[in-house]
Design a protein around this ligand. Structure first.
Ligand code: DX5
Ligand code: ZN
Length: 219
């Protein structure tokens, strides 16, 4: 069954502990942490201090999505803060194999993310090394954007590449996902669904998580 990873980017940070409790009550599987540096993406969000606070608030695995340059300099800090998965952007890392190796040596699971305009195929030579492939279905930088439909084809391509290479990375999809389109994304082959605004901007956060989870579990 696919997993649900609410993104705290859209949470109320003045009340983060309580907001995390609400997604736990609703049945979230992971907590997705969107780290933005204002260089790789045109927005600044938060760093390892918030990841550490999320760790103190929950037993759920922390899924840290680094939308930053110079990721190598920060991996250790995020591992120490409690990250279970650390995902870097293919477009922002020069020596991807070295960075992935470093993440794994430090004891975390390694993910690679690609922007909507980045093709899946060139990742062929790295997929055997990774635990997770994150397909961005919006241009990273902001919550609340619309799902880019061509991402569905990329999810299918990633699933084909996985069987062709006989590897077993998880396929995660991030951006513009709600109860209205999650089935299409599962149909295409996603294993992990990230959702930010459709959960944290809902009137009832726990109920929004449960509603998405019910669709995922009935799938
Ligand atoms: C975008 C982030 C996403 C985003 C998801 O840069 O990586 O995780 O917050 O938010 P929604 O679900 O609102 O598109
Ligand atoms: Zn993300």
């Amino acid at each position: 069954m696919a997993l649900l990873a609410p993104s705290i980017l859209s949470a109320d940070f003045s009340n983060l502990h309580q907001q995390i409790r609400l997604i736990e009550i609703g049945g979230a599987d992971w907590i997705h942490c969107d780290v933005m540096d204002g260089h790789f993406v045109p927005n600044i969000s938060f760093g390892s201090v918030i990841v550490k606070a999320a760790k103190a608030s929950s037993v759920l695995p922390l899924d840290v999505h680094l939308m930053i340059e110079n990721a190598d300099d920060y991996i250790k800090g995020f591992v120490n803060a409690g990250a279970v998965f650390i995902t870097v952007h293919q477009e922002a890392v020069i020596h991807l194999n070295r960075t992935i190796t470093r993440i794994k040596e430090l004891g975390a699971k390694a993910g690679v993310s690609i922007n909507p305009s980045t093709p899946v195929a060139p990742l062929k030579d790295i997929v055997e090394e990774i635990d997770l492939l994150l397909i961005m279905s919006v241009n990273p930088g902001f919550g609340g954007q619309s799902f880019i439909k061509s991402s569905l084809r990329k999810i299918e391509e990633a699933a084909k590449l996985r069987s062709k290479m006989n590897s077993n990375f998880l396929i995660e999809v991030d951006g513009g996902i709600s109860i209205n389109n999650v089935k299409d994304i599962l149909d295409a082959g996603a294993d992990v669904i990230v959702a930010g605004s459709s959960i944290f901007k809902a009137d009832n956060i726990s109920a929004a998580v449960t509603e998405l989870k019910n669709i995922i579990s009935s799938y």
